[in-house]
Ligand binder design. Structure first.
Ligand SMILES: Nc1nc2c(c(=O)[nH]1)N[C@H]1C(S)=C(S)[C@@H](COP(=O)(O)OP(=O)(O)OC[C@H]3O[C@@H](n4cnc5c(=O)[nH]c(N)nc54)[C@H](O)[C@@H]3O)O[C@H]1N2
Ligand SMILES: Nc1nc2c(c(=O)[nH]1)N[C@H]1C(S)=C(S)[C@@H](COP(=O)(O)OP(=O)(O)OC[C@H]3O[C@@H](n4cnc5c(=O)[nH]c(N)nc54)[C@H](O)[C@@H]3O)O[C@H]1N2
Ligand SMILES: [Mo]
Length: 606
């Protein structure tokens, strides 16, 4: 079974490198729904695979809602644009259970109970519709299922949503009114918005809002999720789904601990509710560090420690995962390898040219799989392609967005903006034209109605054949958080570390000095009730596991909420385990997204 994710994120060496090789080999197929998969299913099912608002258009926005995104830490290149809009008079609203670096710069910070954002979005719809604040022409021409949505939204009153979210009903009304009546209005959703039982429906509801108020009419108005949709990347040329053997089993990487220990209980993506048969006997890990990034950390450690498991890890550094490997292979970094970068956050394509020759015996992932394929006697032409030839295949150069951009021009300039209208004019859906079956924003989603739950191809090694399925109510609705506070009262969040990139750089001295060790922040009232003092070690635990962290006591977090950033390495942690020791493997409602924010724990001094 391959285990991999983004690594340095290039088209050659990132997401899909190795997929063709493992298809040809007949290995277990792996599904990688690490990041925004649930959000993407919901988004695509509502407004289609559109890039949405150009991040650079946001200077023109007048009302900016930053929803579950700690931009100042995680989306640094966007913050100056938001700050410029704010300077020009835009109101910046942050909705987050944590008053973080970004929230402190907001004009209005709205604390929310984790996992209840769907209730807030639906109540905003309720207010906008009942107070006649909709853009009637836009709704009539460019949305589908509006009449049914009106009926549905009637039950989601601000008073009801207030009970769920902890936000006063009057604040919900004010937010809805200001959002509907200030143009251009912009919503930026972060990744954590998908990470609870109802994350998919939450994104569905939010994605409906811009059409309801006609925000798409204006430059800087609408929704910003992942601009990657603008990049015409030629993924099939790298994945080669036709090389896969039909019927090959699929294991989602979030179930890795279960897959390796044979404990079963693996649901959804395995297509197998019990124990894997045959078991996984060889693992090849590259571009990823599952010991840190996957839930059920103790099971992963136990699985990786199996004497009968043959493990190969390719990485830059000796990660916690690599320490379990039978063979460690040195990989080149971005400074030593050819690549071309699409982007999760902007409309530019970048050519990555090596600055130095590879150090030592390090090789790029592309070369690793060329050599393995040759050793195995795979004679498909794909396995003989050089990096230069792979660069030629990386983008669909004939796509309108690539007009005027060639490999040769990129060699001159290094980077280029996709061929799209200027950010001062770009209004992708002013006249509708959503890439959905109806061409409209779909309150009633025809994709969910036809297919049920699905995973968008970007997150799947296999392009065809396998889909999770399952019937889904095609109208947006509320799904409450799954875990309740009965035995474990605190709701734990695990957002990104400010100074690490996921677990990358997590063992570098300079970054560790900035980030400190694995910590957990809790509210003074929760700390006092547990005799927990700021700066002391505490045990964070539930039925799934436990880790020891340094306690921070701060009213940045609401009572009942605890925050332990992800990215710290177990080997550097007090008790050799970090936040993913307590997180569940259970998926959210759409797109097999993780439920990192739907995690209950108790905390005690040690
Ligand atoms: N410094 C740094 N930057 C990074 C990364 C990194 O590791 N470090 N990783 C990169 C990657 S891969 C990604 S995906 C992005 C992600 O970057 P973001 O989109 O910012 O995602 P997160 O850091 O997971 O969470 C953002 C916020 O969501 C809040 N949150 C958690 N649960 C909920 C909820 O239920 N409701 C609401 N309203 N808020 C909630 C958290 O408190 C947190 O403040 O960052 C990228 N940039
Ligand atoms: N609790 C919790 N868990 C999470 C998240 C969360 O918010 N909370 N976020 C999730 C999200 S959004 C994401 S994106 C994932 C991230 O999961 P991963 O993609 O696994 O992220 P990293 O920890 O950065 O691991 C990448 C590894 O690849 C190596 N690498 C980099 N470039 C190359 C290369 O060119 N070749 C090779 N062979 N190796 C390379 C790096 O050194 C590093 O060890 O984590 C997920 N896990
Ligand atoms: Mo991510």
């Amino acid at each position: 079974m391959p285990v991999s994710y983004l690594g340095t994120q290039g088209i050659l060496n990132g997401l899909s490198v190795g997929d063709a090789f493992f298809h040809r080999l007949g290995a277990t197929i792996t599904e990688r729904t690490y990041c925004d998969s649930g959000s993407c299913t919901a988004y695509a099912a509502t407004i289609g695979a559109t890039a949405g608002v150009d991040p650079e258009s946001i200077v023109h926005s007048r009302y900016i809602i930053i929803w579950a995104c700690n931009m100042v830490s995680t989306n640094l290149h966007l913050w100056p644009i938001v700050a410029e809009a704010q300077k020009r008079g835009a109101k910046v609203v942050v909705i987050d259970p944590v008053r973080h670096k970004t929230a402190r710069r907001a004009d209005w910070y709205i604390p929310i109970r984790p996992g209840t954002d769907g209730a807030l979005a639906l109540a905003m719809m309720n207010v906008i519709i009942s107070e006649g604040l909709t853009d009637e022409d836009y709704v009539r021409e460019h949305t589908a299922g509006y009449e049914e949505m009106v009926e549905r939204a009637a039950q989601y009153t601000p008073e009801w949503a207030s009970q769920e979210t902890g936000i006063p009903a009057e604040d919900i009304r004010t937010l809805a009114r200001e959002y509907a009546t200030t143009d251009p209005s912009l919503i930026r959703i972060g990744v954590a918005i998908e990470r609870h039982a109802g994350g998919g429906q939450t994104v569905r509801s939010i994605a409906c809002l811009p059409a309801l108020v006609g925000a798409w009419r204006h430059v800087g108005g609408g929704l910003l999720q992942l601009p990657l949709w603008a990049h015409p990347v030629n993924w099939p040329a790298f994945i080669h789904p036709e090389m896969a053997t039909p019927g090959t089993r699929v294991v989602n990487q979030y179930l890795l601990g279960r897959a390796l220990t044979g404990e079963g209980g693996a649901s959804g993506a395995t297509g197998n509710d019990g124990v894997l048969d045959p078991p996984i006997s060889a693992l090849v890990v590259y571009n990823s560090n599952p010991m840190v990034v996957c839930p059920e950390q103790e099971k992963i450690a136990r699985g990786l420690a199996r004497e009968d498991l043959f493990t190969v890890v390719s990485d830059h550094v000796l990660t916690d995962t690599a320490r379990y490997a039978d063979i460690v292979l040195p990989a080149t970094t971005q400074l030593e390898q050819h690549d071309i970068m699409f982007s999760w956050g902007h409309f530019y394509v970048t050519l990555n040219t090596p600055a130095i020759e590879p150090l030592g015996d390090a090789i790029p992932n592309t070369e690793l799989f060329r050599r393995l394929a040759a050793a195995m006697g795979f004679d498909d032409e794909y396995f003989t392609l050089t990096d230069e030839q792979l660069l030629e295949q990386s983008y669909d150069w004939s796509a309108p967005a690539m007009e005027g951009i060639t490999l040769e021009s990129l060699r001159e300039t290094g980077w280029a903006r996709l061929n799209l209208p200027s950010p001062d004019e770009y209004r992708p859906h002013a006249e509708g034209g959503f890439p959905t079956p109806s061409g409209k924003t779909e309150f009633r989603s025809s994709a969910l109605e036809a297919a049920g739950n699905f995973v968008v191809p970007l997150f799947r090694q296999l392009c065809e054949e396998y889909q999770p399925g399952g019937v889904v109510d095609p109208l947006p609705h509320y799904v409450a958080p799954r875990e309740t506070g009965d035995s474990h009262p605190l709701n734990l969040l695990s957002p990104k570390s400010h100074a690490f990139l996921n677990s990358s750089a997590g063992d570098q001295a300079m970054q560790k000095r900035v980030q400190g060790e694995q910590m957990v922040t809790l509210h003074p009232a929760d700390a006092e009730a547990r005799d927990i003092v700021d700066g002391t070690y505490v045990s964070v635990y539930n039925d799934r596991g436990r880790f020891v962290a340094l306690a921070r006591v701060s009213d940045e977090v609401a009572p009942g909420v605890a925050v332990a950033p992800m990215g710290a390495w177990p080997k550097n942690a007090k008790d050799q385990s970090t936040v993913n020791a307590v997180n569940p493997f259970v998926f959210a409602d759409l797109g097999n997204a993780p439920t990192f924010s739907d995690t209950r724990v108790e905390i005690a001094p040690v």
